[in-house]
Ligand binder design. Structure first.
Ligand code: GLP
Length: 254
């Protein structure tokens, strides 16, 4: 596991974008695993800049998002479909048919989850998975206690996650109670993982995830099992780390 501590959120985001761009340049039909939340917004912003200014080409890229709320219409401004369209997809030349986001409104949610796994496989698996981390250590919507071998499935949201995410809704009552999420087992099959965290609110979760024991109580700690993980955090999120980490990765673009 490679851990890099950056001075600012912008530096963290630029490095993540550089790594993703490097993969897309080398493999135009790269399969990107994408995350929502405030953390990857800077990465998307930089990738959009690279597309507009440096002509980074997404025309063959395939994307799979981690998760979605159950029961929110796709055009609801809190749905992850809406988030991805507004914050990333509409600004780049990704082809609509290549975009995959779990369907939280499917009639048969279980079948839709199984199909999602099959689709990932049919596209040859995820080349690079971007991850944020919840303040309780969750990745995607794999809440504490999730099996480390779990696959895409329906989950009940943790109360802490609902409280954290309530800031985006009018009230906590409006935050959905269920979601569809890739499992930890699904995420660990990506060929590369980039875990991002910024801000003091993530310091505890990051410490537990990368310096604590691997445990289902801290789903993000499962990345320790993966052979190619790049963790990029800003100074505030690194505040509780005990080991020392560099500010640059060993190799810049992989
Ligand atoms: C959300 C998402 C996660 C995300 C996390 C952190 O609930 N399902 O994929 O990583 O919470 O969000 P943020 O980046 O806004 O702190």
């Amino acid at each position: 596991m490679e851990v890099v501590v950056k001075g600012t959120y912008e530096e963290m985001s630029c490095l993540a974008a550089q790594v993703v761009a490097g993969i897309v340049c080398r493999k135009p039909r790269a399969v990107l695993g994408l995350a929502t939340g405030s953390t990857p917004l800077g990465t998307y912003k930089e990738l959009i800049r690279m597309h507009k200014v440096e002509k980074l080409d997404f025309s063959q890229v395939v994307t799979f998002n981690l998760d979605e709320y159950v029961g929110l219409p796709e055009d609801n401004d809190q749905s992850y479909h809406y988030f991805m369209r507004e914050n990333f997809f509409k600004h780049i030349n990704v082809v609509r048919a290549n975009i995959h986001i779990p369907d939280g409104n499917a009639e048969d949610l279980e079948e839709a989850c199984a199909m999602y796994e099959i689709e990932i496989e049919e596209f040859g698996g995820i080349d690079v998975q971007i991850l944020g981390i919840g303040s309780n250590g969750h990745i995607a919507f794999n809440e504490p206690g999730s099996s480390l071998g779990s696959r895409t499935r329906i989950k009940t949201l943790d109360e802490r996650t609902r409280r954290d995410n309530a800031r985006f809704f009018k009230s906590i009552a409006e935050v959905p109670k269920y979601c569809v999420t890739m499992g930890i087992g699904t995420i660990l099959e990506a060929r590369k993982i980039i875990l991002l965290a910024n801000g003091a609110g993530k310091a505890e979760a990051i410490k537990a995830a990368i310096e604590g024991p691997i445990s289902a109580s801290v789903p993000a700690s499962a990345v320790q099992l993966h052979p190619d993980v790049l963790v990029i955090v800003d100074k505030a999120a690194a505040a509780r780390l005990e080991r020392e980490y560099p500010s640059e990765p060993h190799r810049l673009v992989r």
